[in-house]
Design a protein around this ligand. Structure first.
Ligand code: FPP
Length: 249
């Protein structure tokens, strides 16, 4: 009798405890396009299909929160044509995906300084957040115009305002108070952070939240990322011994 080899997803499921929250630094779109003699926007466009792969991977494996780094505060310094292409892509993504995401029970939130978006991009963001609100199978956070240091400064400003108003004593500020002022307040910290394209850096992403995250760096460029790439990262995570600063017995 021949044995059917188990798929990567089977192997993930056999482990049981998948990470609750996975965050991904989607990198390598530009290199993917350059390798093919295409313009950088073609790489970003191809990267949209990989977002769907990651969402499908989370739904199949039972990951509850997926946070994607789509556009950093620093990315505003890219050439205007590339920024325009990325903003157009955001609107295309929302127009194309909103119904499917809602049908799949995926609730979408966009995290970052959204005031910097164009009025039409902002309207599209509001539309997908409203139309998918209440989805309970997966929370999909897309970090847009986001940087972790700016997020922390914003949190400090909010806490400082409460101190100035006399409603919060400086020595009484706790880690929970800081976490409650971050864009990610509603979700547990990421358990696993995946970075594509082989770069070994964290690029101003979720600096507070990643305190005890496991890191997985894959050489795969973001447009080549599939749900199998995702399951390989989950299996790597499931083999880790997470100690949170303690010792294992
Ligand atoms: C990094 O690659 C990727 C980005 C700056 C954009 C990410 C956008 C997408 C994946 C597509 C759309 C997704 C949504 C959710 C709208 P890079 O340009 O830094 O690549 P490089 O390092 O090879 O130059």
């Amino acid at each position: 009798m021949s044995t059917v080899p188990s798929t990567l997803l089977d192997q993930v499921r056999q482990h049981g405890a998948v990470p609750t929250h996975v965050a991904i630094i989607m990198d390598g779109n530009g290199r993917w396009a350059t390798e093919r003699g295409l313009g950088r926007p073609a790489g970003h466009h191809a990267g949209m299909a990989s977002v769907r792969e990651a969402v499908e991977g989370c739904l199949a494996a039972g990951v509850q929160v997926l946070t994607l780094f789509a556009f950093s505060q620093e990315n505003w310094q890219r050439p205007p044509a590339e920024i325009d292409a990325l903003m157009a892509l955001l609107e295309e993504y929302i127009a194309k995906e909103a119904n499917e995401l809602r049908a799949q029970g995926v609730s979408v939130r966009m995290l970052g300084d959204l005031e910097r978006l164009s009025p039409s991009a902002k309207a599209a963001v509001d539309q997908i957040e409203q139309s998918t609100a209440g989805g309970t199978n997966l929370a999909l956070n897309v970090c847009l115009s986001y940087s972790a240091r700016a997020e922390l400064v914003r949190a400090m400003q909010h806490l400082g305002a409460r101190v100035a108003a006399g409603t919060l004593a400086p020595h009484a500020i706790t880690e929970q108070d800081v976490a409650a002022e971050l864009y990610t307040a509603a979700w547990p910290d990421p358990d696993l952070i995946i970075r594509t394209s082989g770069e070994m850096r964290v690029s101003n992403f979720l600096l507070w939240q990643m305190a005890y995250a496991e890191l997985h760096v894959t050489p795969v460029l973001w447009p080549d990322f599939t749900r199998e790439t995702f399951y390989v990262a989950l299996l790597d995570f499931l083999r880790r011994d997470r100690r949170f600063g303690r010792v294992t017995s």
